[in-house]
Design a protein. Structure first.
Length: 350
């Protein structure tokens, strides 16, 4: 569906494993003070001095997490880094290094891996992280990418999922549901393309939501903003599976309840119009659609004046005693229990 602009196809076997690694990693530059030794030895050497180290890993599997018929490899490389950095930022930490491991079948030419790595290099540059290692191996089926992200945080500044208290405000960054609706548009265009391969899709009406799906941005800026505003959230999580499932994680781990107000949930106009077109309820999408990579946090009421009016931060509810349960307060002012229908990688495959 996405046009192949790079028709050259050099088989992977032309290079061999060591040359391939050398070739793919030659554009990585070391910028972090904490990186002592990067790619090229048996292991990387890092020095964080007095900082605490934060580590997170994600695995992306072709056919489960991405579909190469509409995901350009460059975007995939970029997104693989983003989903991991998002977890580091959700700890209120600064991302500093990543490792990237890939398993690839020989149906991929070297040019395809160059594209994938171009996305990785771009992400590393923009987000100021060093790629300090990884592993490369063959796969008998699809492409598998695993990224490990490493970050640092001053002792006591880390924010866990477990610190929310009753009466804390529930705050979300950006807007929700865009990535899911972008995926719906791409899936629809894929079906159209199957019927008529000459039909190049016109996605101009959906640029924002398609970009939210294909090229998400991790909220590094929010960690910096919170520092500037002198706000330390009482709990935080990134929204990878949808608002309802992340709210439930915060509530369960903090032993609190929540009231989320439907009319406060931030939605982009393009999400609203696309939901209307697809005849789906936009609140359902915000609650259950995944992959927005926004941050969801709780802050103490005392901090409200510091965040008030900030366009990046929206108060969508407040935490309650645990025995009050978890509810959505609808526009009609009825209370309905929040249940997780979030995207579940394992269930989807069953
Ligand atoms: P080993 O046999 O010890 O695993 P490798 O030959 O796999 O060593 O790796 C050599 C160096 O290249 C190491 O520094 C490793 O971290 C790095 N490396 C290997 N594959 C990748 C990759 N896909 N991306 C980034 N770095 C890689
Ligand atoms: Mg290796």
């Amino acid at each position: 569906m996405i046009e192949d602009k790079n028709p050259q196809r050099t088989p992977l076997s032309d290079l061999g494993e060591f040359k391939l690694i050398e070739h793919l990693t030659e554009h990585f530059k070391v910028t972090q003070k904490s990186t002592i030794k990067s790619i090229g030895d048996d292991a990387a050497v890092l020095n964080f001095e007095k900082k605490q180290v934060v580590v997170s890993t994600d695995l992306l599997v072709e056919g489960v997490h991405f579909d190469l018929s509409y995901v350009p490899l460059k975007h995939l490389g970029y997104k693989a880094i983003m989903v991991n950095l998002s977890d580091i930022y959700a700890m209120n930490a600064t991302a500093t290094q990543v490792t990237v491991s890939i398993a690839v079948s020989n149906r991929f030419p070297i040019e395809a891996l160059e594209e994938l790595y171009a996305g990785i290099v771009t992400a590393a540059k923009i987000y100021n992280v060093d790629v300090v290692g990884g592993d490369t191996t063959s796969s008998t089926s699809g492409l598998v990418i695993s990224v490990t992200a490493i970050g640092e945080v001053d002792k006591g500044n880390e924010v866990l999922r477990s610190g929310a208290k009753p009466n804390d405000l529930l705050v979300v960054t950006g807007d929700l549901g865009g990535a899911y609706m972008g995926l719906q548009v791409l899936e629809r265009e894929k079906e159209v393309f199957k019927v008529n391969p000459n039909n190049q899709p016109d996605l101009s009406m959906y640029t924002y939501i398609v970009e939210r799906q294909l090229k998400p941005e991790a909220r590094k800026d929010i960690v910096e903003l919170l520092k500037e505003l002198k706000v330390k959230p009482t709990s935080m999580i990134d929204i990878s599976d949808g608002l309802s499932s992340e709210v439930m994680h915060l509530c369960k781990q903090s032993k609190v309840g929540v009231d989320v107000y439907e009319n406060k949930i931030p939605l982009d106009p393009q999400v609203i119009s696309t939901c209307e077109e697809f005849n789906i309820d936009s609140t359902t999408i915000a609650l259950n659609g995944g992959e927005d990579y926004e941050l969801l946090m709780t802050i103490s009421q005392e901090d409200f004046p510091k965040i008030k009016g900030n366009p990046n931060l929206t108060v969508i509810g407040y935490m309650t005693d645990e025995d009050r349960g978890m509810h959505l307060v609808t526009r009609a002012e009825t209370k309905i229990p929040i249940i997780a229908k979030g995207w579940n990688a394992l269930k989807d495959q069953a």
